[in-house]
Write a protein that binds this ligand. Structure first.
Ligand code: ADP
Length: 472
């Protein structure tokens, strides 16, 4: 939950959607593990409950209430042994999953279900529990295996590739009944899957773009869950994420050396020159500066970009990459930058400020994802006047319109997941960059797009209401 904890897009969603829902008049509270950053931010959060007897090996945590700056009440799930750990919420220091992740996120799911059940001791009960990704996938299952009156649930898939798979032994440790171990329950090809449990038992399912909602129902992109998703297609929909338009606004972004906007695009040039200097690139206004800010994984197609990176520099162009992830890609990109000083700069790591300066300073943003449930960076790019080059998949296909459409074009879209197809699109982008009138038009179309959370929040409210109308 941004700004405290974030490993990707879900952090941004959790940070922004609750406030947008509250602005529409709904009483939203966020249950989130008390990670170190949250404990530091809210040292005085008062305990409001201690959920007992949660089953299996699940411990008794403390629920503490805090108030986010935007007025959203936070329910901090405090169990230091599970959550007060350094680094990444999901991974240990060696980059491997924490060994007790089933218990850590089982506890999160179980307490969510507790909040929606009659066992809750709070004077507030949710109508709908909105679960996000596998870490909360067991909540609908816990709700389903109890007879009492209970909340409805929505599971949102932010990335189907992460399924929360554990051994059979976890069933007992999580306090789930033996009857849950079936194909219609939590079992998934011999494993216990948190995500599958959620998809099976949720009142409704959503994902973060209409295109991704369709794609995951195909065997090619369903990651083993296509059958189940097709079976539930009447309850499955796609709602495009918004972006945090306060954090991501070139007219008042606190990370930028120079602010700019649709009518003051000149300011972007200052950001470009600063970024080039900061990254050790030649300060050249005439060369298109291509950028990546991303997890460095195969999903993001950055191996395809690396494959054609030398050709791309020869266009001519410059490349800047900020990211971390797979060792092979980190190493490949770092080595490439060493061979091309002044033209390509690579920064391995996670750096929020630099991500903003790149969005503002770059000319072209590159996202050749193999799949992309929604994607946020292309929306930041559109807003920052940095036309994106994207593969036609998931949320990228739903937000970026190819320059071939003169009336609406705001970027460049290609089809096949190959270096060749990517390069053809990069070539088109680089030559369009040299035509100021065309380029201005693309930038303006992108900058005029409304990516605020208001619209997405409205769709979520409709979905919550439709869930409440359905008989359980
Ligand atoms: P995903 O959630 O699959 O990683 P998204 O595009 O939905 O991809 O969201 C990624 C988010 O994480 C964006 O806000 C992006 O700016 C941010 N991000 C990714 N990598 C980095 C990095 N190395 N430094 C700073 N921000 C990053």
């Amino acid at each position: 939950m941004a700004p405290w904890v974030k490993t990707g897009g879900l952090g941004d969603v959790a940070g922004a959607l609750p406030a947008a829902l509250r602005a529409l008049g709904h009483d939203v509270r966020v249950l989130v593990p008390a990670y170190p950053a949250l404990l530091r931010a809210f040292p005085d959060a008062l305990e409001i409950a201690r959920p007992h007897w949660l089953g299996g090996l699940l411990p008794t945590p403390s629920l503490r209430q805090a108030l986010a700056g935007d007025g959203t009440p936070l329910l901090l799930l405090d169990y230091p042994h599970f959550f007060d750990r350094p680094g990444n919420p999901y991974l240990g220091p060696e980059g491997r999953d924490w060994l007790d992740n089933h218990l850590r996120f089982g506890l999160l799911s179980r307490v969510a279900a507790w909040l929606g059940s009659e066992a809750s001791t709070l004077d507030w009960a949710p109508d709908v529990i909105h679960c996000n990704d596998w870490q909360t996938g067991l909540a609908p299952a816990y709700l389903a295996y109890r007879a009492e009156r209970r909340a409805k649930s929505l599971v949102t898939i932010h990335n189907l590739a992460f399924q929360g798979l554990f051994d059979h032994a976890a069933l007992f440790e999580l306090g789930l009944p033996d009857e849950a171990w079936t194909m219609d329950g939590v079992e998934f090809y011999g494993h216990l899957s948190f995500l599958k449990a959620g998809l099976q038992h949720a009142s409704a399912i959503s994902t973060v773009s209409p295109s991704y909602a369709r794609e995951i129902q195909t065997d090619a992109e369903g990651m083993g869950m296509a059958g189940l998703l097709r079976h539930r297609s009447a309850q499955l929909s796609g709602i495009l994420n918004g972006i945090d338009t306060r954090e991501w606004d070139p007219a008042r972004d606190r990370h930028l050396p120079q602010h700019y906007g649709q009518r003051r695009l000149e300011g972007k040039a200052v950001n470009k020159a600063n970024l080039q200097a900061e990254m050790g690139l030649a300060v050249r206004a005439d060369l298109p500066l291509l950028a990546v800010v991303s997890r460095l994984t195969e999903q993001k197609g950055l191996d395809l970009f690396l494959e054609v990176a030398a050709q791309t520099l020869a266009l001519p162009a410059q490349i800047v990459v900020l990211g971390s992830g797979a060792h092979g890609l980190e190493h490949g990109w770092t080595a490439f930058a060493h061979r091309h000083p002044g033209s390509c700069a690579v920064r391995i790591g996670f750096d929020e400020g630099l991500a903003h300066r790149i969005e503002a300073g770059a000319d072209i943003f590159v996202m050749p994802s193999r799949f992309e449930p929604c994607g946020l960076n292309q929306m930041y790019s559109l807003r920052y006047g940095t036309p994106p080059v994207v593969r036609a998949t998931g949320g990228l296909a739903d937000t970026v319109i190819d320059a071939a459409d003169e009336k609406h074009g705001n970027g460049f879209v290609f089809g096949p997941a190959t270096g060749e197809a990517l390069f053809a699109a990069l070539q088109r982008a680089a030559s369009a960059f040299q035509e100021p009138t065309l380029w201005r038009r693309l930038q303006k179309h992108g900058m005029a797009r409304d990516s605020s959370w208001r619209e997405a929040a409205g769709h979520y409210v409709e979905l919550y209401e439709s869930i409440l109308r359905e008989a359980s």
